[in-house]
Write a protein that binds this ligand. Sequence first.
Ligand SMILES: [Ca+2]
Ligand SMILES: [Ca+2]
Length: 149
Amino acid sequence: MLNQEKRTFNFDPSLIDEEQLFTELTAEEAAVIEGGNVLYLSSIKAVRTGGDSRGKDEPYLLLNGRRIWGWKSMSQGQTIGINQVFFEGSGTQNLQLWEYDPGPNNDDFMGSVRIDVSRLGSRTARFRAIVGGRMTAYDLKYIVAPKVG
Ligand SMILES: [Ca+2]
Ligand SMILES: [Ca+2]
């Protein structure tokens, strides 16, 4: 189920090594996974801005069509920590990146990725798009971890 509000889970991302991919699971770990996983978004980096023709980008994220983060004003090269769990469950989820502009229907699409919340590990989702002739690039770091407790 989707969670728009911040919730507390018995999950400490600092315990997970960035490169760890959880390829080998113990029986106990596998049992935990049957209870579902959590999708934790670590940070987003504006590798290349360009969604806004006048200044900084104002990116925001939709999870399965619902806004879960942002917008936040971002400069090129800037990284913003998110550090929040937004989903628990499993299966493939759709994540879209948009750029906010004032006025109705003016926002710009900056790409989408599909995240399989059945696959444990720490990964980077790469959003790439062309907005008004400008290339945009955003990298989103996320962790899929077993839900505990
Ligand atoms: Ca824009
Ligand atoms: Ca904008």
